[in-house]
Design a protein around this ligand. Structure first.
Ligand code: MRU
Length: 345
């Protein structure tokens, strides 16, 4: 199961809102359809959102049939539409910036076809980089996994959240491939249930032992000595190491700290946003109240009950044991070490 696949003139998107009940794809042929798929979370997870947006940008150029002179105004519209889909994962803006840079490089091109080809090639590069980077995250992260480990993860930071392999689940895959005996506790991740619907499915498909728990069970498991390690993904890491990830991550970090359990974040460097000084400055998406009042269309709360539904929270850097990236593992002091790592090639 691939989250997304470029088909030459369209983007095949696995509709993750339907999993695991139904395997359904959307063939997106326009940038608007890609934007809609990101908004509706048919494609989700920071790196997958970035790659999808890059292909969406390329589709924006493919769908343009006007004069060459009008292309840049059109592409600004495309960029704006894709950028407004989800605010927290910085990979979206990172990927769109790469695409805009590539478009700017084409200022001497005489044919639209040439520009379209260059943009598709750049989207393919972004996807290929993600595949490569996730493997490296796995290799580095394997070092922190003991020979037998019960690992708690949250949300889905796996193959479904990336182009391939995953970040947090990439580390777990690498550890298993290295012969380690890993067992994963997947938090169900209310309200969108990425843990129950996606992580459980992904790990089962790969024959990695997994046990599903409700989010409110994590503390009890830690108290019983059943968790050795927590590994989660990230949507945006501020310059000081504060990390935005799926709502509920912060609670797990506090619990891990209280129980002396290592808490790691696994993410590509494209998730690090040095322009944002601390977690306070990370925009947190709020989603539709229906996600709490209903589960899969079934009402579970009074229809008019006021709802607060932030999709992410911020874990302060002081609760993070290390950040596993494709360039290695960064530890405190993050303000110094993240910057050092980012300038290193
Ligand atoms: O709202 P989602 O499903 O897009 O949120 C996903 C997460 O929070 C992931 O942990 C994060 O994007 C990292 S994915 C490798």
């Amino acid at each position: 199961m691939k989250a997304l696949e470029w088909m030459g003139d369209s983007l095949k998107i696995l509709d993750q809102t339907r999993l695991p009940v139904e395997i359904k794809y959307r063939m997106a042929t326009t940038y608007e359809e890609v934007a809609e798929a990101i908004e509706k979370m048919e494609v989700r997870g920071a790196p997958a959102i970035g790659a999808a947006a890059a292909y969406g940008y390329a589709l924006g150029a493919i769908g343009y049939s006007g004069e060459l002179a009008g292309l840049s105004a059109h592409m600004e519209k495309v960029q704006h539409r894709l950028a407004e889909t989800r605010p927290t994962a910085v990979n979206l803006f990172w990927a769109l910036r790469r695409m805009e840079d590539r478009l700017r490089d084409q200022h001497e091109a005489k044919e639209l076809a040439e520009i379209r080809q260059a943009l598709v090639a750049e989207a393919e590069n972004i996807a290929e980089d993600d595949r490569r980077v996730n493997r490296l995250i796995g290799e580095h992260g394997n070092a922190i996994v003991t020979a037998e480990a019960n690992i708690l993860t949250h949300c889905n930071a796996g193959a479904l959240a990336t182009v391939e392999y995953g970040t947090a689940l990439g580390v777990i895959r690498a550890a298993q491939q290295a012969g380690k005996k890993v067992h994963v506790y997947a938090g169900e991740t209310r309200p969108f249930l990425q843990g129950a619907r996606l992580t459980a499915l992904e790990l089962m498909n790969d024959h990695i032992p997994v046990t599903l728990i409700a989010d409110n069970m994590a503390g009890f498991l830690m108290q019983q000595g059943n968790i050795d390690l927590v590994i989660v993904g990230a949507d945006r890491i501020a310059a000081n190491g504060d990390t935005a990830n799926k709502i509920g991550t912060y609670s797990l970090a506090v619990l891990a700290h209280a129980h002396g359990i290592p808490f790691y974040v696994a993410a590509p460097t494209s998730t690090i946003d040095l322009k944002v000084p601390s977690g306070q400055d990370i925009p947190i998406e709020e989603r539709n109240p229906k996600e709490l009042r209903e589960v899969f269309g079934v009402q579970v709360a009074p229809p008019e009950v006021p709802v607060y539904n932030p999709a992410f929270d911020v874990t302060p850097a002081k609760l993070i044991t290390g950040i596993i990236t494709e360039k290695g593992i960064v530890t405190s002091p993050y303000s110094v070490n993240l910057l050092k790592m980012m300038v290193r090639s």
